[in-house]
Write a protein that binds this ligand. Structure first.
Ligand code: BG6
Length: 480
């Protein structure tokens, strides 16, 4: 932890989608569990012309819709913490009134910025103008932080004029997910994995982030971004770096982020032939017909809604171990999982095909269910007159059963609390973001150079068949 625990929280974009679906429900849930300082006051700001009561009504509706009924006990108390100040972030004057509304915190102020990227710079200027960037202020920044390395430099430079790095909290909500952190516990609180966690024993790693949703009304944002920028640059590279990093000396912001950035810097530039992009056409998911991307968008587009990449990390631990990444919208199911596939045994003592066995696999399910499965080879029971038969059997841990008591939390609950209390461990440092962009920009450059356009896939399928071929060329099958 660094410094103070804030007693004021200022939410930019307070009437936006993220606030409605995630931030207000998370804060209310924390409040109901008495995890918020009783003195914490929350000021919302956005363009919408609301007063305090109007914002409370807005929040109440959001909570009724997005917070599970069994976590709504504290709504009335929570709403009392809220107030609101309308703001046109592009004009400096509005920030004086905003500062007045925020008042003088006793301990400190945490700001959460979830606005259009074009408003980042004016907002930072406004905060400085209104005296809202002093030593007792820290700022959380929600993605997208730019569209490439150059634009992320501009944003990071602008923020750095007002806040030092130890008061900047770049959010990647995947880091707030329970199983993502559990990955660190699995790797570094158990003796058995670390000796095997390297190129000698691991054949390859797969990371899949599959979604069933399509555009969800985010027409202009998504079409300018595409799957590579929207999902790979941030969430998938964070997952990859947690899987691949060296053991940090301890679980603190500097040690963990030092190790992650080393992985990101070791990523080998990817060639166009090691990627596949796709865009969904009309199809069906769970028996429901869904339109194609073009139809949802209302025009033709070359934006990828699916991407698969064969990545490599050029360091001692991972030399020549492929990391297959894939993510897409309108895939058959919502799943995020990491598969670590070990090498085959060097020599099989059992004769015959049925005894050849399969490699061990560690499957880390992140969502929708949190579970860890290790598949081990076992002998199929029998007298084996025709020779031993082997089959993979799972060693299964369903986190929900193993820890029936503790509440399952929204990723933003943890991140908001860490922002308020000042713990940067689960936030992304500038050098990480920049290393992520550098790698992703080079992929885009390859696509441009080879005039690569997305291949069609039917909504409800696992993406273009070329994605299957990308893995199968190496004798690898995507885990499904
Ligand atoms: C966001 C992306 O960062 O993550 C969205 O912008 C995506 O396009 C979302 O749907 C996925 O998050 P989760 O937590 O539902 O996996």
């Amino acid at each position: 932890m660094t410094g103070f625990s804030a007693d004021r929280l200022l939410l930019f974009g307070a009437t936006g989608d993220l606030a409605k679906r995630m931030l207000l429900p998370s804060l209310c849930a924390l409040d109901a569990d008495e995890l918020l300082d009783p003195r914490l006051e929350i000021v919302g700001t956005a363009r919408s012309d609301l007063d305090d009561q109007g914002f409370r009504n807005f929040a109440r509706e959001a909570l009724e819709k997005f917070l599970p009924a069994d976590r709504r006990s504290g709504v009335a108390t929570f709403l009392n913490r809220l107030s609101y100040q309308p703001l046109d972030a592009s004009s400096l004057e509005g920030f004086d009134k905003l500062a007045e509304k925020v008042g003088t915190p006793e301990q400190g102020l945490a700001i959460f910025l979830s606005t259009a990227p074009s408003l980042f710079e004016p907002t930072i200027r406004g905060l400085q103008h209104g005296g809202l960037s002093g030593e007792l202020v820290r700022i959380g920044l929600e993605k997208p932080l730019g569209v490439d390395l150059a634009s992320s430099h501009v944003i990071n430079d602008a923020v750095a004029t007002a806040f030092p790095e130890d008061r900047i909290f770049r959010i990647d909500h995947y880091l707030g997910k329970e199983t993502v952190q559990n990955l660190l516990a699995l790797r570094f609180a158990n003796m058995m994995f670390e000796p095997l966690w390297n190129a000698t024993h691991i054949d390859h790693v797969q990371i899949t982030v599959a979604e069933t949703v399509g555009l969800e009304g985010r027409v202009s944002f998504y079409d300018d971004a595409g799957a590579l920028r929207d999902m790979v640059q941030n969430h998938m590279l964070q997952l990859l770096s947690l899987v691949a990093m060296e053991p940090p000396v301890n679980y603190d912001a500097t040690a963990v982020r030092d190790e992650k950035v080393k992985v990101l810097r070791s990523l080998r530039p990817v060639e166009a032939a090691e990627t596949v992009t796709g865009q969904y056409r009309a199809g069906a998911i769970g028996g429901q017909a869904v339109p194609g991307y073009d139809d949802e968008l209302g025009k033709e587009s070359d934006t990828e809604t699916f991407v698969a990449i064969k990545a490599h990390i050029d360091n001692w631990r991972w030399k020549n171990v492929p990391f297959y990444l894939r993510t897409g919208k309108r895939l058959p199911e919502r799943t995020t999982e990491i598969i670590v596939e070990f090498r085959r045994v060097p020599h099989s003592i059992f004769p015959g095909k049925a005894a050849r066995g399969e490699p061990n696999k560690l499957v880390i399910g992140i969502q929708p269910e949190e579970n860890i499965t290790l598949s081990l080879m076992a002998k199929v029971p029998g007298l084996d007159r025709d020779g031993i038969r082997l089959r993979g059997v799972p060693l299964d841990i369903a986190m929900a059963d193993a820890f029936a008591g503790p509440q399952r939390r929204i990723a933003y609950e943890r991140l908001l609390l860490d922002l308020i209390e000042g713990d940067q461990t689960l936030f992304v440092r500038r050098d990480e973001v920049e290393a992520q962009w550098e790698w992703v920009d080079a992929i885009r450059a390859e696509w441009e150079e080879h005039a690569l356009t997305p291949k069609s896939y039917t909504a409800g399928s696992w993406g273009p068949s070329a994605a299957i071929a990308l893995a199968e060329r190496d004798g690898v099958t995507w885990h499904e």
